[in-house]
Design a protein around this ligand. Structure first.
Ligand code: AHM
Ligand code: MG
Length: 340
């Protein structure tokens, strides 16, 4: 019978989170509620991105964010949606967003124990062309005696309790990982309005001859970085004598998602033009590094330190990043650290 082929034992994100909560005896349910608010913001952002061209949401908003980038209308809307989702959850004490200069404190959330960092729309230069963008999130727990302060979020990635991203592509893909846990991928079923577990226990291939970097910056790269990327194009012994393939979307979430599934490396190195790198530690580098490490890969900064151990001094601090398959990052470590 046709009906027999249909999977009736579907794991939604809600079910997944509830089952995870049961595994942790000390859990209060607060984290689960925070994640419900997160997933609602992803669904709303996905909805507005899909409709952007139809309802005049493409183009600039006429303002610029803290870093001086011109804001797109969707940057502004997504940031507002994310902030409201966190505020209304009652579980978020403070929020750092790429679009906000300062930390946002939700003082009304009296019993909130979480601090969240987010990039509401990462890769927004791709928006008007309909190319994949994403939302990145990172969740810290407040210190026991804290009611919410900057120090609760200015922490290294090793202290994250959960992190992940949603990619708005052909479908919306949510990837989430928790401290010491596996990496799980969910696909938004538009008809059901639910994220469905489609990629359980994701692991990144150990190696793959694909590199993903903006080579337009190579004029500014340090010599050791130049030498490393040039070596990939020269035909590698361990890639059957063939050169690596290049893939670069210019949306970290989309480049990272592909790298997670296919393997290879993604990099945004610090260079002479941007000595501290371009990508932000709290809401770009650290959460991605957590996903990659929990999937069996690695992530380093431009000084070849473990990305998760980098401690930001300020909420919008940046770092260079190299992340991907375990063996590929190992190779970078060996080739580049010689010149660090
Ligand atoms: P954004 O958060 O302002 O969109 O910038 C971050 C994006 C990343 O998604 C991507 O990896 C990188 O910037 C691309 O930068 P470039 O255009 O310099 O290659
Ligand atoms: Mg970004």
């Amino acid at each position: 019978i046709e009906g027999e082929k249909i999977n009736k034992n579907i794991v939604t994100l809600t079910r997944f989170l509830t089952e995870e909560q049961v595994k942790h005896k000390e859990a209060t349910g607060d984290f689960t509620l925070l994640c419900h608010a997160l997933q609602f913001s992803f669904k709303s952002i996905a909805y507005y991105i899909r409709r952007a061209t139809l309802v005049n949401l493409t183009g600039l908003a006429g303002s610029s964010n803290t870093t001086g980038d011109e804001q797109k209308k969707l940057d502004v809307i997504s940031n507002d949606l994310f902030i409201e989702a966190m505020r209304s959850s009652g579980k978020c004490a403070l929020l750092v967003s790429e679009e906000e200069e300062d930390v946002i404190y939700f003082k009304d959330a009296k019993n909130a124990r979480y601090a969240v960092a987010c990039d509401p729309i990462d890769g927004s230069s791709n928006l008007d062309a309909g190319v994949s963008v994403g939302t990145i999130f990172a969740i810290h727990k407040l210190a026991d005696d804290s009611t919410g302060c900057k120090e609760d979020i200015l922490k290294p990635g090793t202290e994250l309790i959960a992190a992940g991203f949603t990619m708005y592509g052909a479908s919306a893909q949510l990837v989430i990982t928790m401290k010491g846990g596996s990496v799980n991928g969910f696909t938004l079923d538009q008809a059901l309005g639910e994220f469905i577990l489609t990629h359980p226990n994701m692991t990144i291939p150990k190696k793959r001859a694909i590199y993903s970097v903006n080579e337009g910056n190579s004029l500014y790269w340090e010599d050791n970085v130049k030498a490393y990327f040039n070596s990939l194009k020269e035909g590698q012994e361990d890639a059957g004598g063939k050169p690596y393939s290049a893939r670069y979307i210019g949306s970290m979430v989309a480049d990272a998602y592909r790298t997670l599934l296919y393997g290879g490396i993604f990099a945004y190195p610090a260079d002479k033009k941007s000595p501290k790198g371009k990508l932000r530690i709290l809401y770009e580098c650290a959460p991605m590094a957590m996903v990659f490490e929990n999937a069996g890969g690695q992530a380093l900064d431009s000084k070849m330190n473990r990305m998760l151990e980098v401690v930001p001094q300020h909420i919008h601090d940046k770092a260079g990043i190299f992340m991907g398959s375990y063996d590929e990052v190992e190779k970078i470590g060996n080739q580049i650290s010689a010149g660090v």
